[in-house]
Design a binder for this molecule. Structure first.
Ligand SMILES: NC(=O)c1ccc[n+]([C@@H]2O[C@H](COP(=O)([O-])OP(=O)(O)OC[C@H]3O[C@@H](n4cnc5c(N)ncnc54)[C@H](O)[C@@H]3O)[C@@H](O)[C@H]2O)c1
Ligand SMILES: O=C(O)CC[C@@H](O)C(=O)O
Length: 414
């Protein structure tokens, strides 16, 4: 009897770092039951052992998927970053193996923007010091260095989803908003773009960073940039720990050159809640330190769980790769009466004609063909008659430059 659908219980899903239960529920609802759901990340060697028989992995910002891990991931089909950042995943190593990577580009933007705004207000009022003193039995009742947000200038570095959302919230509170971005962007409300980081730093009372971790942003804020801040400025980083050199920031905070800071992300972050957090910023009363929780609200985590699980399910069930961060994007219709062959290959001349030759020689009729490429990879999806032999499948895998071949069986009996 013809096989009619994938045996979903054989598809192994590994979810790390306390991904919200909503993700597990989404997989279950889609018929996937072989799920391991862990609350922590795994060290590299443990991950390498575990990932060998995993088809889909879900992670957040702590798990590093590097070349060594991918080399061991023989069955891996897709990666879900249950967050915005994808810098923890070697996207090229994934692509070179035909593994699609997805994320949740918007689900926690509001959470980060709200936190940053709250921190800006707290720091403008000197609340961290006053709070610390009160806990020690002190009483710092004073208006010195305490300011309203109204009329102050907020400088945003990176005017993407979070930066723009923060801009709107901050303006509603009376901030003047300036921003610096490598791309020309239309400002929300009355916000205006400035031409350089130097100008932004020189004009802002509060500076907040919202850039991704890419080579150009790595350590982009060091001693020179910190020196360009207005005396007594407030500095906030909820982007990535690799963007700011912590030592010069700590020195400027100790010297009072920077009046206060809120830092959520660090060059080195503990692997889990049981590990010690170490930082030169520890013990400074004018600094709010948070454990990379800018996006950690129940609302955001629940939405992210559903969003990324659904993307993995859709890719697994149907081959659609829309919104993948490393893969050619293809939106595919349902395929109730046809089997679907997915062929992922290096994007070099001649592969498509080889694929078509194999299908033709094996008498396989193509009823629909979808092709999308990026610079490195070609992704072709072919809906075919149900009748095809194992030999044809093997021949497809033998086509030169093939990275991965998958079959999605039709959902109806032949
Ligand atoms: N703390 C947290 O929990 C948390 C939560 C979510 C996101 N993040 C981080 O925040 C980052 C920003 O998120 P987003 O959704 O706004 O991303 P986004 O991609 O929508 O926006 C990033 C912006 O930065 C700009 N940019 C890139 N390089 C730049 C440079 N060298 N100088 C100036 N601008 C530059 C881009 O043009 C873009 O407008 C994420 O990449 C992630 O690392 C942190
Ligand atoms: O949830 C996380 O660990 C990462 C959150 C945030 O940095 C993101 O990139 O979305």
């Amino acid at each position: 009897m013809a096989k009619t659908s994938l045996d979903k219980s054989k598809i192994k899903i590994l979810l790390l770092e306390g991904i919200h239960q909503s993700a597990v529920d989404s997989f279950h609802n889609a018929g996937y039951s072989n799920i391991e759901h862990l609350s922590t990340s795994l060290d590299e060697d443990t991950l390498i052992e575990k990932i060998r028989d995993v088809h889909f992995i879900g992670l957040r910002s702590r798990t590093q998927l590097n070349e060594r891990v991918f080399a061991a991931a023989e069955k891996l089909v897709g990666v879900g970053c249950f967050c915005i950042g994808t810098n923890q995943v070697d996207l090229n190593a994934a692509l070179a193996r035909g593994i699609a990577v997805f994320n949740a580009p918007y689900s926690n933007t509001r959470s980060v923007a709200e936190l940053v705004l709250a921190e800006a207000i707290m720091l403008l009022r000197g609340i961290p010091e006053k709070n610390a003193r009160a806990h020690q039995g002190g009483w710092l009742k004073s208006a010195k260095n305490s300011h309203e947000a109204r009329g102050k200038t907020l400088g945003i570095v990176g005017y993407g989803s979070i930066g723009a959302q923060l801009s709107v919230l901050a303006e509603s509170l009376g901030f003047h908003v300036l921003y610096y971005d490598v791309i020309a962007k239309l400002g929300m409300g009355n916000a205006s773009q400035v031409a350089s980081l130097d100008e932004l730093f020189g004009r802002s009372d509060v500076v907040s960073l919202h850039v991704p971790d890419v080579p150009a942003t790595r350590w982009m804020i060091g001693e020179k940039e910190i020196a360009a801040l207005k005396p007594g400025a407030i500095f906030i980083n909820a982007s990535r720990g690799s963007v700011v050199e912590i030592e010069p920031l700590a020195a400027a905070l100790k010297a009072g050159k920077v009046h206060g800071a809120a830092v959520d992300v660090f060059p080195v972050e503990p692997k889990g809640n049981a590990d010690e957090f170490q930082s030169p910023l520890r013990g400074l009363e004018n600094v709010i330190l948070t454990p990379h929780i800018g996006g950690s609200t129940l609302e955001a985590q629940e939405n992210i769980g559903v969003e990324v699980a659904d993307k993995l399910v859709t890719y697994s069930d149907n081959g659609t790769t829309i919104t993948s961060v490393n893969f050619p994007e293809v939106a595919l219709p349902a395929h109730p009466d046809k089997h679907r062959l997915l062929h992922i290959h290096n994007n070099v001349p001649g592969v498509m004609s080889e694929i078509n030759r194999v299908l033709s020689e094996n008498g396989i009729n193509i009823s629909g063909q979808y092709l999308q490429t990026n610079a490195a990879v070609g992704y072709v999806v072919m809906d075919v008659d149900k009748a095809y032999g194992q030999a044809a499948l093997e021949a497809l895998k033998q086509v030169g430059n093939t990275l991965k071949v998958r079959v999605l069986y039709s959902s109806h009996n032949s």
